[in-house]
Design a protein around this ligand. Structure first.
Ligand code: HAM
Length: 419
């Protein structure tokens, strides 16, 4: 028997109310904050992610689904959305619009070949926002406020907001020297990944969660102590805004995030359980990315949240979508061949009036049809038999109370509408 590929999941009808709830809550808040929806393709040229996410990152080194298409071009299923949105910003000349251009996506599939476990999948879906074209720390604060509003409105109220600044191309090289200098004597004691990171991506030494590396990461020099004047001012402004918005953030000096494109602000939202793999959302500023992709220097900041993890945490907290799937309003049941034809027509005409209607399965007794309607949560059954046909009426049964009444064919829609 075929099964869904490892690390992927079917989103079955019973799960859809959760997805609709998360999707509509995120979309409504994004629109309220002035963000407009964008959808980009599920795959892009491989080089887009190499240049943006970075060659020495875990995602590009180990996790991309990359293939040559039939014309020999290297394509990659997108592992994240920011690079693709920046590509679209450039391709469609969005720099001529009022800046920042505020964009959001929901239920966008992402692909990472990772070891699957609870909350970590090979295909996941993100809700994300990007504000492109403004360097002001007020926009960073807006993005964080928007992320926090989405979580709060969904009903998630035990999350932790972590922020940090990792500097820019002016101050980061100096900081990395300090960091390497600090780690140099400890190299032999580091885990295999960190030995590699020491050479290729030293910033990521800070967020290693292996037990053996903890003593070194805790004592490591802090990025915020090595910011240049501009980054320091930006950081002070950001924390000032977060204070005045009363957002309950903590500064996490070890927060660096996994992609090369980040500059200055980085932030993450964590649930109370599990380790660093369990971030429910994260983002930050990426002032160099648009230029790296061939555009003019254009500052930007954004955020993304994994919808599977949002739903896992809603369930953990016992928060459900506001209303369960109501099922169809009515099922049209019939007895005999002549009634079958009339039932097909009646169902079509009721649907034409906007009512959610299903036709009973053919070849079953009336009793079995009623059981079917009950199993599907239909609120009414409309019954057509020989007697109904001769009198041009239908019998409408309320499935909750079992009460039945006959109504003229022309009055069925009215009888079904919730009063
Ligand atoms: P990210 O932190 O890699 O950032 O992913 C964002 C969120 O997607 C994570 O916090 C997590 O909730 C979810 N997620 C990531 N990987 C998986 C996985 N394998 N399984 C399930 N959920 C996952 C980004 O993708 C950046 N593009 C965010 C951003 C937008 N930065 C600036 N703008």
């Amino acid at each position: 028997m075929y099964r869904a590929p490892r690390g992927t999941a079917d989103i079955l009808p019973d799960e859809q109310p959760f997805w609709r709830y998360v999707e509509s809550t995120a979309a409504e808040l994004c629109e309220q904050f002035g963000y407009r929806r964008i959808d980009t393709p599920s795959f892009e040229s491989s080089s887009l992610f190499l240049r943006s996410v970075g060659e020495a990152t875990d995602v590009v080194e180990k996790e991309t689904y990359t293939f040559d298409d039939r014309s020999g071009d290297s394509m990659t299923l997108r592992p994240e959305g920011t690079a693709a949105v920046c590509r679209a910003y450039l391709e469609h000349g969005m720099h001529v619009q009022p800046q920042p251009v505020r964009l959001y996506s929901v239920r966008a599939p992402m692909f990472r070949y990772d070891r699957p476990q609870a909350g970590r999948y090979r295909q996941h879906h993100q809700a994300s926002v990007e504000a492109i074209g403004d360097a002001d720390a007020a926009v960073d604060a807006e993005i964080i406020e928007l992320a926090w509003s989405i979580f709060s409105k969904l009903g998630l109220n035990d999350l932790t907001l972590l922020v940090n600044s990792i500097g820019d191309q002016v101050c980061r090289p100096g900081y990395l020297d300090v960091l390497r200098h600090y780690y140099q004597p400890h190299q032999d004691h580091l885990c295999a990944d960190c030995k590699r990171r020491f050479q290729s991506n030293p910033l990521r030494l800070l967020d290693c969660n292996k037990e053996s590396c903890q003593p070194y990461t805790i004592e490591a020099p802090r990025t915020v102590d090595h910011l240049c004047a501009e980054c320091k001012e930006h950081w002070d402004q950001l924390t000032g805004y977060l204070d005045s918005l009363s957002l309950p953030y903590s500064v996490d000096h070890r927060l660096v995030r996994g992609f090369d494109y980040y500059t200055r602000t980085v932030f993450e939202v964590q649930p109370p359980v599990e380790g660093s793999q369990s971030a429910i959302g994260g983002g930050g500023r990426y002032d160099g990315l648009i230029q790296e992709l061939g555009g003019r220097a254009t500052p930007a900041v954004g955020f993304a949240s994994g919808m599977e993890r949002l739903i896992l945490n809603l369930k953990r907290q016992g928060v459900g979508p506001p209303s369960a799937d109501p099922g169809p309003l009515a099922m049209v049941a019939f007895v005999g061949d002549a009634a079958r034809n009339a039932a097909v027509k009646l169902a079509a005409s009721l649907r034409g009036k906007g009512l959610p209607i299903m036709l009973a399965p053919p070849g079953k007794s009336l009793k079995a049809q009623m059981r079917h309607a009950g199993a599907l949560n239909a609120r009414h059954t409309v019954i057509l038999g020989e007697e109904e046909l001769t009198q041009d009426v239908a019998t409408v049964r309320d499935m909750a109370t079992g009460k039945q009444r006959q109504v003229p064919m022309t009055g069925v829609a009215e009888a079904l509408r919730p009063s």
